[in-house]
Design a protein. Sequence first.
Lengths: 220, 275
Amino acid sequence: MITSFPKLLDAAVVTLKLLSLSLFFGLFIGLLFAILRLSKNKIINKFAYGYSYVFRGTPLLVQIFIIYFGLGQIEYFRSTFLWVVFKEPYWCAIIAFALNTGAYTSEILRSAFQTIKPGFIEAGKSLGISNKIIFYKIQIPIAIRQSLPAYGNEIILMMKGTSLASTVTLMDLTGVAKYIISTTFKPIEVFIVAGGIYLFMTFIIHNLIKFLEKKYGYSQ
Amino acid sequence: MNIIKKFSLGLLITLFLTISANADKIKIGTEGAYPPWNSKDASGKLIGFEVELAWALCRYMGKQCVIVEQDWDGMIPALIMRKFDAIMAGMSITAERQKAISFSQGYADEVASLAVMKGSSLEGMDTPAGINLTKPNAAAKKALKTLTAALAGKTVCVQTATIHQNFLDSGDVGKVNVRTYKTQDEVNLDLASGRCDAALAAAVAFSDYAEKSGKPVVLVGPTFSGGAFGNGVGVGIRQDDTELLQAFNKAIDQARKNGDISRIATKWFGFDASM
C-alpha cells in the first residue's frame, strides 16, 4: 500500500492533465454552442440543440468507445490526416471528454444567459453601448458568474469521468490502480487509496469554486 | 413499521434460502472472452474448451456446478473474496499468482506468440519456431536478442494482468512500449486498426480472430513457453480450500485417463492442447 502510493500520485497527475485539457477545450465548445443555442436562426439553433442532446443523452463510456474503437475500424478514416490524432488514445480520450463536458457546459451557460435580467441589457442600450460590447462586457461576465456553482459541479463530474480513460489503455489514476491490483491482488486497499486521492482532488476543486463564488458571485 | 419488519424478514428468508440452495454447488469463474479457451455464443451462453471441461470435471467430482462470468482483471480478487470457488479461465500457473492462490495440476498448455498485420516490417524475423524460457538455450537467447532489436520503440499490445504482459514488462525483449487492454477482443481490434505494431497473446487467440474476422493477422517470431509464461493452465483455487483442490486434482486425473481432456481440447483448439 505504501509502495503503491507514489505510483498512484504520478497517475493522479495524468488524471489532472486529462481533466484540465478537456475542460479547456470543453469550455470553448460550451461557450460556442451556448451562443448558437441563443441564435434566432432555427437551423443553427436545432444543430446546437442536437449536439447537446446527443452528448448528454448517451453514456460517456459509449462516446469514448465510439471515438476510440469505432472510428479506428473505418478504413477510410485511417487514411485521412485525422488518424494522426485519433491514433493516440490520449487525444481520443480528450476529444471525447471535451465534447461531453462541452455539451453540459453549453446547457449551463445557455440557462445562465437566459436568466440575465433584461434590465441589465436595457441599461446598457440606454447608455448607447453597442450590442457587441453589451454581449462581451455585460452578458458573458454575468453568465459566467451565474453558472459558477453548476459549472463547479460539472468539473467534479468530469474529474470522475476521466477514470474512463483507463478503458482506452491510458494509465490514469484508475488505470494504474487496476494495474497494481493485477499484480498484488489487493483491490480494497488500492482502491481506497485511489478513492482518497480522487476525494482530495474534489476537495480542492470544491474549495476553489467556493472561493470564486465568494469573490465574484452575487450576494442576494 | 410492522410492514417493514415483515418485509425485511421475508427478504432475509429469501436470501437464506438462496444461499443454502447454492451452498453445495461449486461456483466456477470464467472470463467468457478468450476463445477458444472460453467465450460466449451469440445468445450469450458461455461456451469453449474450459466450459465443457468444467462440466466434465464436475461430473467426475459428483458435484453440481455453476459457471459464472467475471472480468479478467478482477478474476483473482473475486476468487479470494469468495464470489466463486474456482477459476477456469485460461489462467497459466505462474509463481507470482501462486503467492495469492493455489493451482490444481495443469490441464492444458498452449504457446504464446506475437502477431502482426500482413505487410508489417516485423514479418520474416530469423528466429527458431519456438523457444522455452525456463532454461533458455543459446538459440533462445539469440532469438530474444533478435526480438529486442526488432521491437525497439514499437508498441506491443496485450491484455492486462496476463503472462504476456508480465513477459513484456520483464525486460527480456528490452524496452517496448506496452499498451494494455481489458479484453483480448480490444487487443485484436487495435491490432487490426494499426494502433499496435504487434500484439502478444496465446497463438490460438490470434488464429481464432483471424479466422472469424477474415483480417490478415499473421503470427511472427518464435512461440514462447516456460519462464514468465508459466507451466500450463490449471484450476485456480483459494489457498485454504485444500479439499476442493484435491477434488479437482483427482477429477483431472480421471478425465485425463479417460481421454476426456484431449477429446474436448481437440474439439475446441483443433489440436490436442491437453497436458
